[in-house]
Design a protein around this ligand. Structure first.
Ligand code: 3PG
Length: 306
C-alpha cells in the first residue's frame, strides 16, 4: 500500500517525518514527490499510489485518470478548489481535506499583513496603528474566527459577515454581525477575506464592494486570488488613491498594480499563509491519520465528495 505525498511546495521536514512514521506504523510505504516542476512528474508518481496527500497541488481529471490504484486523496489544508471532486467520485476515490489544521498560521499572516500595510511596508514615514480601527471579517470559518480573536487583542472593532453561520454564534464571541456584505465593506478600515473559491464566489470581490470601503481602507486577501475581480480592483485603486491591497496570492495583474500603486499594494512571492512548521505538522499528520483511518476502518470523516 503506497501513500504518495506530492507537494510542489514541500512540507517542513518535521511534518514529513511525522507523516512517514504514521504511514509506516500502519504497514504502508511512503513515497515523496517534492518540488516537482511538471505535471508529467506527478502523473508518473501517482500511477501506482493507493493514497495521495497534496497541498495546493492540482489534482485534475488527468491526474485522477493516471492514478490506477488510487482510493483516497487528502488535501492537507482547508481549500479544496484544487481537487476535481467529480473526477474522484467517478472513480470511487474518496476526497478529503483537513479543516482547521493550518488556520492559525493563515490568521497570523493576515494580521501581519495588516501591520505591514499600516506601517507603509516598513518604509520611512509615519504609519498608523490597528487599535481602534474597524476590521471586517468576510466569512467566519476557522480562519476568519481566529483573525477576529487576534484583532480584538489589538483593540480593533470587529465585524463579520457569514450567511452560513448564525448571528448568535458570532455575537457570542464579541464580534458584531454586519447586516449585509455591503454593510460589512462600508464599515471596514481593514477587510480580511476568508471566502472559498467556488462558482458563487469567483470574481465576486470587485468595484461594487471595494468602492464602499472607508477612506484609507485596506483589503487583505489570504483566501484565493480567484475571488477577486482583478481588472476592477485595478480600476478602483486608480480611482481611489487611498485604497490598499495586500494579498498572499499574487494577482495576474500584479506587475501593473505594483507599477501604478507602489506601497499601496503588496503580494507574497509564493502563497505562504499555511507555510509554518506547526501548520505543516498539523495538516500533514492529520492527512496521514485520515488515510490510515479510511484504509483500515473505512472512516470517511471529512469526506468532501459525498
Ligand atoms: C489552505 O487552503 O489550506 C491554504 O490555502 C494553504 O494552502 P497550501 O497548503 O498550498 O499552503
Amino acid at each position: 500500500m503506497k501513500v504518495l505525498v506530492a507537494t510542489e511546495k514541500p512540507f517542513a521536514k518535521k511534518a514529513v517525518d511525522g507523516i512517514r512514521s504514521i504511514v509506516e506504523q500502519a504497514g504502508m510505504t511512503l513515497s515523496l514527490l517534492e518540488n516537482y516542476t511538471s505535471t508529467e512528474q506527478l502523473l508518473e508518481a501517482v500511477a501506482d499510489a493507493d493514497a495521495l496527500i497534496v497541498r495546493s497541488d492540482k489534482v485534475t481529471r488527468q491526474v485522477i485518470q493516471a492514478a490506477k490504484r488510487l482510493k483516497i486523496v487528502v488535501r492537507a489544508g482547508a481549500g479544496y478548489d484544487n481537487l476535481d471532486l467529480e473526477a474522484c467520485s467517478e472513480k470511487n476515490i474518496v476526497a478529503m481535506n483537513t479543516p482547521g489544521q493550518n488556520s492559525n498560521a493563515v490568521a497570523e499572516l493576515a494580521i501581519g499583513m495588516m501591520i505591514y500595510m499600516a506601517r507603509k511596508q516598513f518604509q520611512p514615514g509615519t504609519g498608523t496603528e490597528l487599535r481602534g480601527k474597524a476590521l471586517g471579517v468576510h466569512a467566519y470559518g476557522n480562519v476568519g474566527r481566529l483573525v477576529a480573536g487576534l484583532a480584538k487583542g489589538f483593540g480593533m472593532e470587529v465585524y463579520a459577515y457569514d450567511p452560513f453561520i448564525p448571528a448568535s454564534v458570532i455575537q457570542a464571541e464579541g464580534v458584531h454581525v454586519a447586516s449585509s456584505v455591503e454593510d460589512l465593506y462600508s464599515r471596514s478600515d481593514y477587510l480580511s477575506l476568508h471566502i472559498p473559491a467556488n462558482d458563487q464566489t469567483k470574481g465576486s470581490i470587485g468595484k461594487a464592494l471595494l468602492s464602499l470601503m472607508p477612506k484609507g481602507a485596506c483589503l487583505v486577501n489570504t483566501a484565493r486570488k480567484e475571488v477577486i475581480n482583478e481588472p476592477e480592483l485595478e480600476a478602483i485603486m486608480a480611482e481611489r488613491k487611498d485604497l490598499k491591497y495586500a494579498t498572499d496570492v499574487a494577482p495576474d495583474n500584479m506587475e501593473a498594480l505594483r507599477a501604478q500603486f507602489d506601497t499601496r499594494v503588496y503580494a507574497t512571492n509564493k502563497k505562504m499563509g499555511a507555510q509554518t512548521e506547526e501548520a505543516n505538522v498539523n495538516a500533514g499528520l492529520a492527512a496521514a491519520r485520515q488515510i490510515v483511518a479510511f484504509i483500515q476502518n473505512g472512516d470517511r470523516t471529512f469526506q468532501l465528495n459525498k
